[in-house]
Design a protein around this ligand. Structure first.
Ligand code: NAD
Length: 264
């Protein structure tokens, strides 16, 4: 909500690990101010709010680019997404029922990316490895550390997504390779965010102008300022469509065969 100086007043629900990043990004944006923080754990809410003047709450109810032109006119045939690297182990993250494991928590980003680049998903197959990469055998949790998902898109294209959770300190590998009728492109994700390759016989060498989390926060603030729900890049129905693919992928793991996606 914008005040009469035009500053957008933001509230955050959940004051955990990722909220620290959101607070840092918000702090760098002159147009926004953190005014409320909500967490079931009041100490966490207070810690996140410190230095900002934000009010704290314990119940959230109290707290009221650029790929498309390069591929225009082309048919995408193949995607290969990789999300391999360490991430913080939170109690719910290692509990499949609570957090959805690496498939939902990390793989969903790539499911979303595949839909954004190449369109809707018709069916999905999933396999999980049995080797523990990120934890020793005695450590708790029931999630799979390594997963592969194979998506059949409604366009007829194929996408493979590989997710691997590794030990802290091991180098990460995050990216998407795109093979189209007249293009071979590599999107490198984190920390560099570059797009390289060849499209229609021309070399492609692009670098994101700003950090994606910063950009998505700025876009969200713009949508709020302009009261324009259409300016929100990922709408709730879009998020639900990605969730439908993730749910089909979970089901595919249970039944060991391809599962159709019914996005509503
Ligand atoms: N988009 C991304 O790149 C990205 C990265 C990391 C996490 N996430 C998502 O962000 C969310 C938070 O992740 P995290 O790593 O910060 O987890 P976390 O466990 O470190 O923190 C979550 C916080 O939310 C609080 N909380 C839980 N239920 C609440 C409720 N009903 N009301 C208020 N507070 C509540 C908890 O007490 C905890 O402090 C998760 O959904 C995760 O999937 C997204």
């Amino acid at each position: 909500m914008a005040d009469n100086t035009g500053t957008i007043r933001m509230g955050m629900i959940g004051a955990g690990w990722i909220a620290q990043d959101h607070k840092r990004v918000l702090g760098s944006l002159a147009e926004a101010e953190l005014v409320a923080v909500c967490d079931l754990d009041n100490e966490r809410a207070e810690a996140l709010a410190s230095g900002t003047g934000a009010r704290t709450y314990q119940d959230w109810l109290d707290l009221l680019d650029d790929l498309a032109p390069l591929l225009a006119g082309q048919q995408i045939g193949l995607l290969l997404g990789t999300s391999i690297g360490p991430t913080q182990s939170r109690p719910w993250f290692v509990d499949m029922r609570a957090g959805g494991g690496n498939l939902l928590e990390r793989g969903s980003h790539h499911l979303d990316l595949a839909r954004t680049v190449a369109g809707e998903v018709a069916s999905v197959q999933t396999a999980a490895g049995r080797v523990r990469l990120a934890r020793s055998g005695g450590e708790g949790g029931d999630i799979d550390d390594a997963l592969t998902m194979m998506l059949e898109l409604t366009s007829g294209a194929l996408a493979t997504i590989v997710v691997g959770w590794t030990k802290p300190g091991q180098p990460g590998h995050y990216g998407l390779d795109i093979v189209a009728s007249d293009a071979t492109l590599r999107l490198a994700l984190d920390p560099d965010f570059t797009l390289t390759g060849v499209s229609a016989g021309q070399p492609v060498d692009k670098r994101a102008a700003s950090q994606p989390m910063e950009r998505s926060m700025s876009r969200f603030l713009r949508a709020v300022r302009e009261r324009d729900p259409a300016a929100v890049v990922c709408t709730p129905p879009d998020a639900a469509a990605t969730l439908a693919v993730a749910i089909a992928a979970e089901r595919a793991l249970e039944v060991s065969r391809a599962v159709p996606v019914y996005a509503s």
